[in-house]
Design a protein around this ligand. Structure first.
Ligand code: JBK
Length: 237
């Protein structure tokens, strides 16, 4: 997979793309990242990429020209890349959305700043708009890093069996059960007996129960989503 990132602050990506799993994914040739500063594409003599909003008001708006030209230059020989705008008005990022994007050949992620994008970028260039949550960020860069991370770890060959993505929270639809490792007694704090019992059926049952209880307490919204998905599956059979 090829992942292009368009940003006015390309240096923000260096640490993230060159550490841990994302670094390994590149070394294994599972993914190729390329970060491009779209200011390099502006035809404005002062290298401006934003301008005042028509109709007045505070804040600046990203102009279409540099972003259209940058995206067009990156399309290259891959067919139909997904062009994703990072923005608070976008579709919420979910594990399902990450799975969908991980099946693409080429993603172009666009990181906005200022008050936002000229509407023609949304309507005539972007194929997707994604939000990572309902809070205010300085720009789309951190959001793009979240998308890159969640997509890259799903690519074939990136994770080993031990860390296989099917076992993570949200893939099962439930939160994870509690985990313990050695020592069995840490400052008098004991690991639950059942985990030391060697009875694998009992351990499995305990984990399922904890997983379900934790989801009911902390994230009941995930359960209703799971019930909805099960119903949808039944109707499609
Ligand atoms: C937010 O993806 N987002 O969620 C996002 C992108 C750019 C600015 C933002 O404030 N929330």
């Amino acid at each position: 997979m090829k992942i292009d990132i368009l940003s006015l602050f390309p240096e923000m990506f260096e640490g993230v793309l060159n550490s841990s799993i994302l670094r390994k994914a590149q070394e294994k040739n599972a993914v190729q990242y390329r970060v491009t500063d779209f200011r390099e594409f502006t035809e404005n003599k002062h290298k401006k990429v934003d301008d005042y909003p028509y109709g007045g008001g505070a804040g600046m708006v990203l102009t279409p020209q540099p972003i259209f030209d940058a995206v067009e230059s990156l399309k290259g020989d891959t067919n139909a890349p997904r062009i994703v705008l990072m923005c608070p008005q976008g579709e919420p990022l979910t594990q399902g959305k990450a799975e969908q994007l991980s099946k693409e050949e080429h993603l172009i992620l666009v990181c906005g700043h200022y008050e936002g994008y000229d509407e023609r970028i949304r309507e005539h260039l972007a194929t997707d708009e994604i939000s990572i949550g309902d809070y205010v960020l300085t720009g789309g860069e951190l959001a793009a890093m979240v998308v890159v991370d969640s997509v890259t770890r799903l690519l074939p060959g990136v994770l080993g069996n031990a860390e296989s993505p099917e076992r993570d929270s949200f893939s099962s639809g439930l939160l994870e059960h509690p985990h313990y490792t050695r020592p069995a007694d840490f400052r008098g704090l004991k690991v639950p007996d059942v985990l030391l019992s060697g009875d694998h059926a009992k351990i499995q049952k305990w984990r399922e129960e904890k997983s379900l209880n934790r989801t009911i307490e902390r994230r009941p919204d995930l359960l209703s989503e799971e019930v909805r998905l099960m119903q949808e599956n039944k109707e499609n059979q």
